[in-house]
Design a protein around this ligand. Structure first.
Ligand SMILES: CC(C)(COP(=O)(O)OP(=O)(O)OC[C@H]1O[C@@H](n2cnc3c(N)ncnc32)[C@H](O)[C@@H]1OP(=O)(O)O)[C@@H](O)C(=O)NCCC(=O)NCCS
Length: 381
């Protein structure tokens, strides 16, 4: 049987593209595990640095290992003056994910060229990428707002550092904690589109900066990471909590999809959404309410009452957008924050792909013509 006789599976849905021990989803039971650890446990007890180590190395670090990793990350958070300058000159109307792709390419240009088969060199590159990605995102945010670049603070971890570089002032403990939990929850999610893109590029033995820049391109799409921006647009369009019932009736009548609800894999509540929901409550109690925030809470209640029995629940994108909005982060920076977390997952998959690598080269079912006649250009109709 040739590839030509095989049945096409659109989107490779359900076709295994790799063996992986990094993360696991049970969509029926609503379970997500990183290296066998339930996401709820990590969100409650761990932090982004420890979770990154876990994803990269397969097990939780000792105190000494974690301290060493933190030190390494803090040493690699800076980006070169040339990179800061180029980022400051990028078109301001462009999307921050495009700026991040450009930034990752430049980070690769200023970093040492590595042997991708050398585990120690890979480990070093992973630390550089995890450490510097938030700096690249914050640098574009500051430039776009016409504000000067804020260099990372070597005493702050990833989440607090990002907020510091974004706003120019140290975040309070709650804000840093909330973002840290969000990063833990977004760090990996099995063979989604951006991770597959990362593994395809990794399989060519390209450098990890190219691997992550490609994955950022995939994550940018509205069918993937871009959905979280749409949630905020939807909430702003609804306008107020009081307007929710009428809006929902109209939406249901037109059979429209409510952004931030439903999931392709999870047929029960997304475990990440559950944790984010509690964060939303904590943030609301401590930082107060906003119109968008009140609309979101009313929408959640109304949608779950109407569609919960059908398996439609809030997904990760619904609550993450609400949390980021409350932290004062511009809407089009929601997906870059997703990328700040997911870089860790992409890199874990890059390392896994490099062990026993085989370049991806799927087949295709040719539907074109054969033996076409070449007609000279002046004789074509
Ligand atoms: C994520 C998503 C694509 C999953 O799709 P899916 O698993 O293929 O589910 P389907 O599109 O087959 O929907 C199954 C049923 O639930 C309904 N449904 C699914 N998601 C819905 C939503 N967000 N709002 C309203 N109804 C929804 C569908 O209309 C369909 O109803 P029907 O059986 O009466 O025709 C879908 O839920 C969606 O588009 N959500 C909104 C976008 C979003 O938030 N994306 C981020 C995902 S993390």
């Amino acid at each position: 049987m040739t590839v030509q006789d095989k049945e096409l599976v659109p989107g490779l849905a359900g076709i295994p593209a790799a063996e992986s021990s990094i993360s696991y989803i049970d969509g029926q039971a609503g379970i997500l595990e990183y290296r066998g650890h339930r996401i709820e446990t990590l969100a409650e007890k761990s932090n982004f640095e420890e979770t990154s180590w876990l994803l990269l190395n397969g097990e939780l670090p000792t105190k000494a290992q974690l301290n060493g990793f933190r030190k390494k990350l803090n040493g690699y958070r800076g980006i070169g003056d040339d990179v800061v300058e180029v980022i400051s000159k990028l078109p301001k109307q462009g999307h921050p994910m495009a700026a991040l792709q450009a930034g990752l390419a430049m980070l690769g240009m200023e970093s040492p060229v590595i042997d991708v088969h050398d585990a120690a060199q890979r480990e070093d590159a992973c630390a550089r990428l995890i450490a510097a990605t938030p700096t690249l995102v914050a640098a574009f945010a500051r430039a776009r707002a016409g504000k000067p670049f804020v260099a990372p603070d070597p005493n702050l971890d990833t989440a607090a550092n990002f907020l510091y570089m974004l706003n120019g002032q140290k975040p309070d403990a709650l804000e840093a904690h909330v973002l840290d939990v969000c990063l833990v929850l977004h760090a990996d999610h099995t063979m989604n589109a951006s991770t597959f893109a990362a593994r395809v590029v990794a399989s060519t033995e390209a450098d990890p900066y190219s691997v992550c820049a490609s994955a950022v391109g995939a994550l940018k799409g509205p069918l993937h990471g871009g959905a979280n921006e749409r949630v905020l647009e939807q909430l702003e369009a609804i306008g107020s909590a009081a307007a929710v019932p009428a809006w929902l009736e109209k939406m249901s009548a037109s059979k429209g999809k409510i952004m931030g609800f439903g999931h392709r894999v999870y047929k029960t509540k997304d475990p990440r959404a559950k944790r984010l929901q509690t964060l939303v409550r904590e943030v609301r109690e401590k930082l107060g309410s906003t119109p968008v925030y009140d609309t979101a809470l009313a929408l959640e209640d109304a949608v779950v009452a109407k569609l919960g029995a059908k398996g439609i629940h809030p997904n990760v994108d619904f609550f993450s957008g609400i949390v980021y909005e409350k932290l004062g982060i511009p809407t089009d920076f929601f997906t870059p924050i997703f990328a700040i977390a997911r870089v860790t997952g992409w890199l874990a998959h890059w390392c896994e792909q490099m062990d026993g690598n085989k370049i991806f080269r799927p087949g295709q079912i040719y539907t074109g013509v054969h033996d076409a006649t070449y007609v000279p250009i002046d004789q074509r109709g």
